[in-house]
Design a protein around this ligand. Structure first.
Ligand code: UT7
Length: 332
């Protein structure tokens, strides 16, 4: 593919709310145990935003990025917020973030692809930069999952948390760094296994939709697990083969954090040892569009990612949506 530029990540930021919901909390509100949650998912804690909305999470992650990397908000060209928990159907959360951070010249939009939201939006953001059209794209993965989780449903309430993380994407003429390749997929036949059916044009909100709890996320966990474990592992391996990468060439797998067993299966398929897999599901649970950038920020700030490292980002989520992206890290 002929690209004018490569798209590189030049800044990162994150925000997680202070309030921690540990497994002991769920032992009190539903019929579950710390042991079940830990062994079946790998999750020990997740965060909950007590007041505010997704735009507040996203704004704080953006502000962290701008401050840390000394970037002027007025220089941002585009803001993309990957989320399935926008503050409202419209205006887009990206517009709310634009105002909050004072990104006076930016345009922006929200991107809905559930747990693959960051990955799909990352490809999109990079394309805007690779063409030479835009110089600074702020991409934020943000979800307030606590807004759509039914805390009486033990199958699902233990899984999700609230968080946001951001990356800044800029052009470079150095083709050895930045996004190298992606394989992205969706298959709408997965629509009956993971969804939120109330409140949209299919089932506009009524007393009946609320009585039927249709404003909450529904997941057939076992069914999703089966396709997710294969989908994430297969596509990550396919991307390696397509780019002639061996496990030695890869510094890290950066997987969507839905279930430690899905992550382990993906790493095993790719031939990667545990030290080459970014994990923070134990601290944050599944934060949907925020999981992958949250890993990137934490590992980068801990000094664990070096310039020139090859990373494979990989996700699976509602839709179904899934995919993998191969990038070479460019920040010192
Ligand atoms: O991020 C988007 C994509 N989503 C995913 O990738 C998630 C995919 N799914 C999963 O991660 C797993 O399926 C879950 C963690 C959701 C569930 O784990 P599982 O090993 O698939 O459990 P299960 O659904 O097969 O349930 C096993 C048993 C059931 O009891 P019976 O029918 O065997 O008596 C459940 O009722 O565990 C029961 N169970 C629980 N027990 C204690 C379900 N939730 C709980 C719970 N605590 N919280």
């Amino acid at each position: 593919m002929n690209k004018a530029y490569n798209a590189v990540i030049t800044g990162v930021g994150m925000y997680v709310p202070d309030k921690i919901l540990d497994n002991a909390f769920f032992e009190k509100i539903v019929d579950t145990t710390d042991e079940w949650i830990t062994t079946r998912t790998g999750i020990k804690e997740r965060r909950k935003l007590e007041t505010g909305a997704t735009s507040d999470l996203a704004t704080k992650a953006a502000e962290d990025l701008l401050k840390t990397h000394n970037v002027n908000a007025e220089d941002i060209d585009v803001i993309i917020v990957a989320t399935i928990t926008p503050d409202m159907f419209f205006p887009a959360t990206a517009c709310l973030v634009q105002e909050n951070i004072g990104a006076k010249k930016a345009w922006g939009f929200d991107f809905s692809a559930a747990c693959s939201g960051f990955l799909f939006a990352y490809q999109t953001a990079c394309s805007l930069v690779e063409s030479g059209t835009y110089k600074k794209v702020l991409l934020i993965g943000a979800d307030k999952m606590s807004a759509i989780v039914d805390y009486s449903d033990r199958n699902n309430c233990i899984l999700f948390g609230d968080a946001a993380a951001a990356v800044l994407i800029e052009p470079t003429e150095d083709k050895s760094v930045g996004l190298q390749d992606s394989i992205l997929k969706c298959d709408g036949s997965g629509k009956n296994f993971l969804y939120l059916k109330g409140g949209g044009s299919l089932n506009p909100p009524t007393h009946d939709t609320v009585d039927k709890r249709m404003h909450y996320l529904y997941q057939d966990g076992k069914a999703v697990f089966k396709v997710a474990v294969k989908g994430m592992a297969d596509i990550s391996y396919e991307l390696m083969v397509k780019n002639n990468l061996t496990s030695d060439d890869i510094a890290y797998l950066v997987p969507h954090q839905a279930n430690l067993r899905i992550i382990d299966a993906t790493a095993e398929r790719m031939g990667l040892s545990k030290d080459k897999v970014m994990i923070n599901i134990d601290k944050y649970g599944n934060t949907t569009a925020a999981t992958i950038p949250l890993c990137l920020v934490e590992y980068y700030r801990a000094g664990k990612i070096k310039k020139g490292d090859n990373l494979i980002l990989s996700a699976f989520g509602a839709g179904f949506t899934w995919g993998a992206s191969y990038l070479t890290w460019s920040m010192d």
